[in-house]
Ligand binder design. Structure first.
Ligand SMILES: Nc1ncnc2c1ncn2[C@@H]1O[C@H](COP(=O)(O)OP(=O)(O)OP(=O)(O)O)[C@@H](O)[C@H]1O
Ligand SMILES: [Mg+2]
Length: 584
């Protein structure tokens, strides 16, 4: 279905409002169509026959018609606006919840700024189309048909001369729409690109300043801004190229009617009143053509925007519940990877290659390996942020894809490698997943994450506002807040992905000690992606990753004895961070 039809179909939710607008529109057309007839009556029956009463009557009715036009005009635009606001509201909600549902892989590959532009500017284009252009077009078509009939009845020869303008104008418009659809879409994309630069700069303003790239970024933005203006000017040229022809056509027709109609009046086949009425209708019939002309670019724009909005709304949610998915309730602690291989969408090489392992109940697993060896990828597959390309991941023998996503994820506590916080208070951030958590619970997890003392030292304590993305906190404080946030959830499986990398070794060891208790009590299995020897030594088993493969597993002692890679990594760490070795 064409996106623009789909937009119009979505008006069905606001059917009564839309019908109200349509009714007002029809009544408006009637009031407009009657007006010239009242003039004709007043002139031919009143002025020509010197009958003052008819003149006064016709004047009175003209006033009534004028008031009617005002009222119906208001009703039409008010209800059209109301319906369009409703559709835009629904679309915004729909696209937002779709963005929430879309999988990691979609967000990996889509540009945030393009999504932002779709939610804001594109939906606004659609709304403007519904509230203004659509009404204009319907109004024009109705008026055109009604007046064409009246003209044909009044004087068919003169009517035919007048109506020649309709197919010509129609052809020009159709031509305009097909030629320029792509152009309007391109302009929306350029707006998205411009927003991309703005957004990147807002997020990275500190990097921009640190690298003294203000001038370069200004140039980049200006270039995109120029491109947008060029694109817009192109559309304006396209509009301006088409419409002078329509104006010219309509003026020529007026002249023809004046000449031919004047001759008929002199010949006595047509009264002056009829010619005046005819001329008024002529203006009424040219107006809709011009209106459609003005509406055409907005329609093309809205069509392009609708396509962009529905692209997101219809995007396939790759990771979703299977038809017979069951809730994940209890965890026995047996997590199995069976020959799991994984390739990120769009990537050329595999991030994981035939990884197989099985955890035992209550085990604490440390995952170690060089950068980009696939540690985070393993962690991403357990809560099904992505599905394995080959092989299977099971929890207590059951494929993770058999569980409902919601239950699976709410039983897995994950601390991401990169911390994202929200603007709000410290308390709100910690209680993000559990807004109704008690203060005691919040303090308990903050203590475990070694965050409580710091928070209490702040004048506002837990009510301290942290800025966007946690501005105002140090890197390590953010990480500890993220740990506290995760500890507050109902996890059975805990995943810490290098989540103390920005915390000093001593504090990390304290966190580790606090977590050790929690992990052994509350979880069935825990994974810690580790850099520090202290963590590794604490673990029951260590998985060693190398270039996407699980190359060795065992205890610290076993790996020291058997794996040269393990020895090399540890050695490099001892050299790099002697304090870590000391603590270990
Ligand atoms: N979202 C993604 N899309 C495409 N490729 C990705 C994505 N995330 C990671 N990769 C690739 O997958 C490979 C493994 O990455 P992964 O994040 O698992 O490494 P890691 O072992 O966690 O490294 P680090 O210690 O640096 O965190 C890398 O080659 C990386 O480039
Ligand atoms: Mg990682």
């Amino acid at each position: 279905m064409l996106p623009i039809w789909r937009v119009m179909k979505s008006l069905s939710t606001y059917i009564w409002t839309a019908l109200g607008a349509l009714m007002s529109l029809l009544l408006l057309t009637v009031a407009s169509a009657v007006t010239p007839q009242l003039f004709r009556w007043g002139i031919d029956e009143g002025i020509a026959k010197r009958d003052l009463q008819v003149v006064l009557y016709s004047a009175g009715w003209l006033v009534v018609a004028a008031i009617g036009r005002g009222l119906f005009n208001f009703g039409q635009s008010y209800w059209a606006e109301a319906a369009s606001q409703g559709v835009a509201y629904d679309l915004r909600n729909k696209i937002f919840s779709q963005i929430q549902n879309l999988s990691f892989s979609y967000h990996d590959q889509s540009q945030t700024s393009q999504l932002l532009t779709r939610v804001t500017s594109d939906i606004e284009q659609i709304r403007a189309f519904l509230s203004t252009s659509l009404i204009q077009v319907i109004n024009s078509v109705v008026t055109l048909v009604a007046i064409a009939v009246i003209l044909l009845v009044m004087n068919w020869k003169l009517a035919l001369i007048t109506l020649t303008v309709v197919p010509m104008a129609g052809w020009l418009l159709a031509n305009f729409l097909t030629r320029n659809g792509a152009l309007f879409k391109q302009v929306q994309e350029q707006l998205g690109d411009l927003n991309a630069v703005l957004q990147e700069n807002l997020l990275g303003i500190r990097v921009v300043k640190a690298f003294v790239r203000e001038t370069a970024e200004n140039t980049r933005y200006t270039a995109m801004n120029d491109a947008l203006v060029r694109g817009n000017m192109k559309t304006i040229r396209a509009i301006r190229n088409t419409f002078p022809f329509i104006f010219l056509l309509s003026n020529l027709v007026t002249l023809a009617v004046f000449g031919y109609g004047g001759a008929e009046v002199i010949g006595g086949q047509f009264s002056i009143g009829e010619l005046v009425a005819f001329n008024s209708y002529l203006l009424l019939i040219l107006q809709p053509i011009l209106l459609i002309g003005f509406a055409a670019p907005a329609i093309a724009q809205a069509a392009a925007s609708a396509e962009r909005v529905y692209e997101v709304v219809d995007a396939e949610v790759e990771i979703r519940d299977r038809p017979n998915a069951v809730p994940f309730e209890t965890c026995g602690g047996r997590i199995t990877f069976e020959n799991v291989s994984f390739r990120y969408p769009g990537a050329t090489t595999e991030a994981l290659k035939e990884v197989s392992f099985e955890t035992r109940p209550n085990e604490l697993i440390a995952v170690l390996g060089m950068t980009a060896s696939g540690k985070s990828t393993i962690m991403n597959l357990i809560p099904r942020f992505y599905d394995a390309t080959a092989g299977a991941i099971r929890i207590d023998g059951r494929d993770v894809r058999d569980f409902t996503l919601k239950s699976l994820r709410s039983h897995i506590g994950i601390v991401f490698q990169e911390t994202t916080l929200f603007s709000g208070t410290l308390r709100e951030n910690i209680a993000y997943a559990k807004p109704d958590a008690s203060m005691n619970q919040i303090i308990e997890v903050a203590k475990a994450a070694q965050m409580h003392d710091f928070i209490m030292s702040l004048p506002d304590g837990y009510d301290t506002i942290v800025g966007e993305r946690g501005v105002g906190l140090s890197g390590g404080q953010k990480q500890r807040l993220a740990i506290a946030r995760t500890l507050l959830t109902d996890y059975n499986i805990l995943i810490l992905d290098d989540s103390t990398s920005a915390v000093d070794a001593q504090t990390a060891a304290q966190i580790q000690a606090a977590l050790d208790d929690l992990m052994r009590q509350r979880t069935c299995t825990s994974f810690v992606v580790a850099q520090r020897i202290s963590t590794v030594k604490n673990a029951d088993r260590i998985f060693l990753m190398d270039k996407g493969r699980l190359v060795a597993q065992g205890t610290h002692q076993e790996l020291m004895a058997s794996s040269p890679l393990y020895g090399a990594i540890l050695e490099s760490q001892v050299k790099r961070a002697p304090e870590a070795a000391l603590l270990g």
